[in-house]
Write a protein that binds this ligand. Structure first.
Ligand code: KG4
Ligand code: ZN
Length: 334
């Protein structure tokens, strides 16, 4: 089992990705074709355009992943695919492709939940990491705090009641004219400013999050300055927004570790590439004797290697194996 090689496919949003992962931990290859250049002129991902581009590229990307891993189709033990959550049309391309591979080669088909894939990005970055731990998943589509009791048990402690944190970064960047995706640009500008603008702190209780109030306040602040023809200090807006968006994530993650007695915290998802989040979490973790993990930057944003890692664990636990009736799911309820 330790040596099984999985060809993993990811097409839930605007990245067409394929990877070969051995034993859940060793990335033999990871190939990502990003459609950012195609979508940035629209200011965000256009679902139909994303699906059409996945169909154009998926074959070549999978072939490239096999080639870089030094494998042929016949040397693959199983094929894994993200079946949700994500854009339905985009997911269907990957799901159909993986089903065809599974059928043609007569190998198992493993259905992977994208969010669990993000969590598993930590397994390929940190070979020694084992559950149990608390994991904060922060991306363009998700903001959630998980209790990972074992490789098979993922319990949601809380999630965003409205926008995801990455989505809020993207919207703020869009109004400031910083382009798409907005997270990295906001982080860069934040380094040149100070968090001097007072913004509302979400009062939502427990381990849930809310980003629509913060996002609206930032947009109102920018629009009111524009109406008065006053100059906008982009650095200050970015630094203030970033602090307000991220401090609450760190605070609730640490609170969960303390309340449930966990000594390990993991970060995952596109926003876990953010330097301010990493530093703020590191500082608090050191204070409370908690060990912090986050994925390599290339495994924070969407990729197929993380899907191959999660697929391995769900395969050996026996709960991820699907058949040819597998369908894509825009949402996965928890
Ligand atoms: O995980 P991901 O690639 O896709 C989803 O599953 O949603 O995450 C993409 C999100 C985008 O919203 C992007 O703006 C955000 O992650 N992101 C960042 C950074 N890098 C990517 N947000 C803040 N700071 C960053 N450095
Ligand atoms: Zn993602």
């Amino acid at each position: 089992m330790k040596d099984i090689s999985i060809l993993a496919i990811e097409s839930s949003c605007d990245e067409t990705a394929a990877a070969v992962v051995k034993g859940g931990r060793e990335v033999l290859s990871s190939v990502i074709h990003s459609q950012i250049d195609i979508h940035k002129k629209f200011g965000g991902v256009v679902p139909e355009v994303a699906s059409r581009n996945h169909t154009l590229f998926i074959n070549d990307i999978a072939a490239e992943a096999l080639c870089r891993a030094g494998k042929t189709f016949e040397q693959i033990d199983a094929v894994a695919v993200t079946y949700g959550a994500g854009l339905l049309g985009a997911l269907l391309v990957g799901v159909s492709y993986a089903k065809a591979i599974s059928y043609a080669l007569n190998i198992p088909l493993i259905a992977v939940d994208h969010t669990k894939g993000h969590i598993a990005a930590n397994y390929i970055t940190h070979k020694e990491l084992q559950p149990p731990f608390i994991c904060l998943v922060v991306s363009g589509g998700h903001t959630a705090l998980f209790e990972i009791k074992s490789f098979a048990e993922h319990k949601v402690l809380g999630m965003s009641a409205d926008d995801a944190v990455g989505e809020a970064f993207d919207k703020v960047a869009r109004v400031l004219g910083l382009g798409y995706p907005g997270g990295p640009a906001v982080e860069e500008y934040a380094k040149r400013g100070s968090a001097s603008i007072k913004l509302p702190v979400s009062r939502i209780g427990g381990y849930d999050f809310s980003y629509s109030g913060l996002k609206t306040s930032v947009l109102n602040y920018i629009n009111s300055l524009k109406q008065k023809n006053q100059e906008i200090n982009v650095g200050d807006v970015c630094a203030s927004f970033q602090k307000a968006a991220i401090d609450v994530l760190v605070e609730k993650s640490i609170k969960a570790c303390k309340q449930y007695n966990y000594k390990t915290l993991c970060l995952a998802g596109g926003v876990s590439a953010n330097g301010y989040l990493r530093q703020a979490a590191e500082k608090k973790c050191q204070k409370y004797g908690i060990k912090l993990y986050y994925p390599l930057k290339e495994y924070c944003t969407d990729n197929a290697a993380m899907i191959g890692a999660e697929a391995y664990y769900s395969y050996i636990n026996g709960d991820g194996v699907a058949n040819l009736s597998l369908n894509a799911q825009a949402h996965i309820s928890r």
